[in-house]
Design a protein around this ligand. Structure first.
Ligand code: AHM
Ligand code: MG
Length: 335
C-alpha cells in the first residue's frame, strides 16, 4: 500500500511483489535510475552558474572542458546502468545506435532493455525552465545470454513493464509506473531522498488546458486547426486556457495534475511531428493510460503502434481522456 511520505527506496521494496517477474532485477533497475536522477539533478541545478564555472564548450577555471548537460545526463544514465550490469541493452535519443551490454559476467542473464531521453527539452536550460528525463523499460524478446538485437528495442509500447520521468523543476520529482498506477516522488535535496508526495496520480477526465506550439498553426492538418478553434470558442467551460512550456515532461506533468491536452501533430513542416515514439511518446503514453488518460497519434493508440526504427517520430496527442477523444473526433472528420 502506498503511504505518503514513504521513501522511494521503501516503496520499491514494498511493491516488488507487484512486478510480473519478481526477480528483484526490475527493482534494482529502478533504484539505479533513482541514483542517476540525483546525479543529473545536481548537474542541472548548477546550470545557472555557467558564467562562473564556464558554459558548455568552454574551459572552466579548473581547466576542465565543460560538457553540454544533455551529454552529461546521457553519460550519467548509461554509466550508472552499465556499471551495475542490470540491463542487457540501452537505447538513447542521444545515440544513433543501441548499446549492447555484455557485462563482466561470462553470461549476461539480464532481461531488461532501457530506452530513454536523458534530458528532454534541453533548450530550456539556458533560460532556467524545467527539463526532464524520460525512461521506458521492456523485457527483451530474444533469449537471455545472447547479445540484444533491434527486435528487443522495437516493441510496441503496450509491452512496457515500466516507464517514468524525472522533472527537474521548482522541485525535482520522479514519477513512474510499473503498470499498477502512477506514483510521484519529490526529492528532498537537503538529504537526497525521494518521498512519495503524489500517490496514485490521475488525469482528470476533462480539463481546460490545451498545450500546443501554435506558431505552427498554419502548417497543421485541418482537423487539428478545427480542434484548436474549438478550444478557443466561447461555450460552457471554454475558451480553454493555453499553456505551453515547450518541455514535454513539464507540460504533461501539469496537465496530469490539472486536466488538459498536449498536442504535437504532424504538419507540413514535419510529416510525422517531432517527438520520438520510443523515447518520448511510448513512456508518456504508458504513464498517461495508467493515470486514466489517453494518448494517440490522432487515430491509433500510441501504445499499439508497431515501431519500425529506433528514432522514429510520430504525431502525439496526449492527456485527459475526453479532451483527446474530442481532438480525435475532429481529426476523423477533417483529417
Ligand atoms: P528535444 O528532445 O530535442 O528536447 O525536443 C523535444 C521537445 C519537447 O520537450 C517539447 O514538447 C517539444 O520539443 C517542443 O518543440 P517545439 O519547440 O517545436 O514546440
Ligand atoms: Mg527529447
Amino acid at each position: 500500500m502506498a503511504r505518503k511520505n514513504q521513501t522511494l527506496g521503501e516503496f520499491i521494496i514494498e511493491n516488488q511483489a507487484e512486478f510480473k517477474y519478481s526477480s528483484g532485477e526490475l527493482s534494482r533497475l529502478i533504484n539505479s535510475i533513482r541514483l542517476a536522477a540525483k546525479v543529473v539533478n545536481h548537474q542541472v541545478n548548477k546550470a545557472g552558474l555557467v558564467d562562473i564555472v564556464g558554459a558548455a564548450g568552454e574551459t572552466n577555471i579548473q581547466g576542465e572542458d565543460q560538457q553540454k548537460l544533455d551529454v552529461i545526463a546521457n553519460e550519467t544514465f548509461i554509466s550508472t546502468l552499465k556499471n551495475r550490469e542490470i540491463v542487457c541493452g540501452i537505447g538513447s535519443e542521444e545515440n544513433d545506435d543501441f548499446i549492447t551490454i555484455e557485462g563482466h559476467k561470462e553470461d549476461n542473464q539480464n532481461k531488461y532493455v532501457v530506452l530513454m531521453d536523458p534530458l528532454d527539452g534541453s533548450s530550456n536550460i539556458d533560460v532556467n525552465v524545467s527539463v526532464g528525463t524520460i525512461f521506458s523499460i521492456y523485457r527483451r524478446v530474444t533469449p537471455p545470454g545472447t547479445p540484444v538485437t533491434m527486435e528487443d528495442f522495437l516493441q510496441p509500447g503496450r509491452n512496457q513493464v515500466a516507464a517514468g520521468y524525472i522533472i527537474y523543476g521548482t522541485s525535482t520529482m520522479l514519477v513512474y509506473t510499473t503498470g499498477h498506477g502512477v506514483n510521484g516522488f519529490t526529492l528532498n535535496p537537503a538529504i537526497g531522498t525521494f518521498y512519495l508526495s503524489h500517490p496514485n496520480m490521475q488525469f482528470p477526465k476533462d480539463g481546460t488546458i490545451y498545450s500546443v506550439n501554435e506558431g505552427n498553426y498554419t502548417h497543421f492538418p485541418l482537423g487539428v486547426k478545427k480542434y484548436i478553434k474549438y478550444c478557443q470558442e466561447e461555450s460552457e467551460n471554454r475558451p480553454y486556457t493555453s499553456r505551453y512550456i515547450g518541455s514535454l515532461v513539464s507540460d504533461i506533468h501539469r496537465n496530469m495534475i490539472k486536466g488538459g491536452i498536449y498536442l504535437y501533430p504532424k504538419s507540413s513542416l514535419n510529416a510525422n511531428g517531432k517527438l520520438r515514439l520510443l523515447y518520448e511518446c511510448n513512456p508518456m503514453a504508458f504513464i498517461t493510460e495508467q493515470a486514466g488518460g489517453k494518448a494517440s497519434d490522432g487515430y491509433t493508440s500510441i501504445l499499439d503502434l508497431k515501431p519500425t526504427a529506433l528514432h522514429q517520430r510520430v504525431p502525439f496527442i496526449c492527456g485527459s481522456q475526453h479532451m483527446v477523444e474530442k481532438a480525435e473526433a475532429f481529426m476523423a472528420e477533417f483529417g
